[in-house]
Design a protein around this ligand. Structure first.
Ligand SMILES: Cc1ncc(COP(=O)(O)O)c(C=O)c1O
Length: 478
């Protein structure tokens, strides 16, 4: 039946509540559930569709100019941590496009949110034209941040990198264009020309004009304990004395993502943040990778560091990204804008995710994120004990050795076989992919196996199947 105007409602609201629309959505979701039920574990490619994957990958390599890391092309259907590929194989997806899909594949609640969003008049929302979804998205993020910090505003962006670009501008405007930035060794911030220079990976800076002044602090190393903190403080003091008033920000990932899932005790950050604050240097917390996955929604909350945070950036599992800031960092008109912030369906999925995170029992020391990490740790430690030949001591870049083969927090899990050797870990990743587990690496030496599993839907007992596959993939290394 066509939508007719109800005197007290807009056409948009009446259309969205139309029973025929409602029934169509329910029927699509029921059909999807039938398909999903057939995905119950990893399985090899199906001979008839193998060619399909191969020809698509060739087209992808041709159009992009290089092939991707894995022969990955999704069929468009999955079931939580399991994804079906275009060759009919089914794999455990424990990296999710580097931490994007916390609720895995074909999550019914997110599909429903996106189906509804697809009926909107707007494909993309931006700074000049937006509907309710983008406001609600920013409000939830802002309110969650404000509950544990001085954060007051939220600017929405279309990538983690653009959120960081916005953050840098706020910090620069606040410090009247102070030209230098303090960052931690091994950090990662995105791939714009500026973020590639702040991020501490040499390959990402090759061949670009270097025009950003970055002063690096050594990150905390558990093996060096107190000395590690003294070293970072000493270095910070040097920079402040050498360049007084010339730093626009101290940027920190509280748990480094690409850098190797490195973290530090609260005292480490407090000492550095106090010192920076005294010198008038703003504190910017990059939570693009940590947001949602640790034992609190914002990682700064878990570390009880909210009072120090001037600017914080989020992305990945939120689907749309954002830069949040205090009232004092609210910039002058003209500094932040953009045609697109995200699609209506990305905002709708983001809102659904944020609401689920707020009410889903994920956080706290006994929340499901902590419990999932615990299940991973138990499996990983038992795996290490059973196979000492795959776990020699890890040589640290700063000297010394480590026997910490598993580490991480919540949905950030790492395992360090083969002494952290890059080539061997890459070979292992390729074995794992063939055998049915999609993972990734992190660290800059030592290197680690990195897992960012879909913590919203993965069950602790599912690690059993994952480690059985791991066993086969490791065995093929020798
Ligand atoms: C800590 C951190 N900051 C920023 C980014 C950049 O986000 P995006 O790839 O969405 O631009 C990433 C991406 O991996 C990240 O891990």
């Amino acid at each position: 039946m066509p939508t007719t105007l109800n005197a007290t409602q807009t056409l948009g609201a009446t259309f969205r509540a139309n029973p025929a629309v409602e029934a169509a959505i329910k029927s699509i979701l029921a059909e999807l559930a039938c398909s999903q039920q057939q995905l119950t574990g990893a399985r090899p490619a199906n001979g008839a569709t193998r060619e399909n994957l191969h020809s698509w990958l060739q087209r992808a390599a041709d159009v992009r100019g290089r092939s991707g890391l894995y022969p990955y092309l999704g069929s468009g259907v999955g079931n939580g941590p399991l994804v079906e590929l275009a060759d009919g194989s089914v794999k455990w997806d424990l990296i999710n496009g580097i931490g994007v899909h916390m609720f895995g594949h074909s999550d019914p609640m997110l599909v429903e949110a996106m189906l509804r969003a697809s009926l909107s008049d707007l494909v993309m929302q931006g700074n000049l034209q937006y509907n309710e979804e983008s406001i609600e998205f920013a409000e939830i993020l802002r309110d969650e941040a404000a509950a544990h910090s001085r954060i007051r505003h939220c600017f929405v962006t279309n990538s983690g990198c653009m959120a960081n670009e916005a953050a840098l501008k706020l910090c620069q405007q606040k410090t009247n264009g102070a030209p230098r930035i303090i960052a931690f060794a091994d950090c990662f911030m995105g791939r714009s020309t500026t973020m590639s220079q702040i991020g501490d990976t040499s390959a990402y800076r090759q061949g670009i004009a270097l025009n950003v002044l970055v002063d690096y602090l050594p990150f905390y190393e558990e093996e060096f304990g107190e000395r590690s903190m003294d070293r970072a403080l000493w270095q910070l003091d040097q920079y402040i004395a050498r360049y007084p008033g010339q730093h626009c920000a101290l940027i920190a990932e509280l748990i480094q993502g690409e850098g190797g899932f490195n973290s530090a005790p609260r005292d480490f950050f407090v000492a550095l943040f106090e010192r920076a604050r005294k010198a008038g240097i703003p504190i910017w917390d990059d939570e693009v990778q940590t947001f949602g996955r640790t034992e609190s929604m914002f990682c700064f909350e878990q570390f009880d560091l909210g009072e120090y945070i001037d600017v914080v950036t989020v992305g990945k599992i939120t689907q749309a990204c954002a830069c949040l800031y205090t009232a004092e960092f609210n910039p002058r008109a003209g500094l932040l804008s953009g045609t697109f912030s995200a699609s209506t369906s990305a905002f709708a999925a983001g809102v659904a995710i944020l609401k689920r995170l707020k009410s889903g029992g994920f956080y706290g020391p006994n929340g499901s994120n902590a419990r999932l990490f615990d299940a991973y740790r138990q499996h990983a430690e038992s795996f290490v004990r059973s196979h000492p030949q795959w776990f020699p001591a890890i040589a640290l870049s700063s000297g010394g050795e480590s026997r910490r083969f598993t580490a991480g927090k919540g949905g950030m899990m790492r395992l360090t076989p083969f002494g952290g050797n890059k080539e061997k870990i890459n070979k292992l990743l390729s074995n794992l992919f063939e055998d049915g587990v999609i993972a990734f690496s992190c660290g800059h030496g030592p290197y680690h196996l990195r897992l960012l599993p879909p913590i919203g839907v993965m069950k602790p007992e599912q690690f059993k199947s994952v480690f059985e596959i791991m066993e086969r993939s490791f065995a093929r290394m020798t």
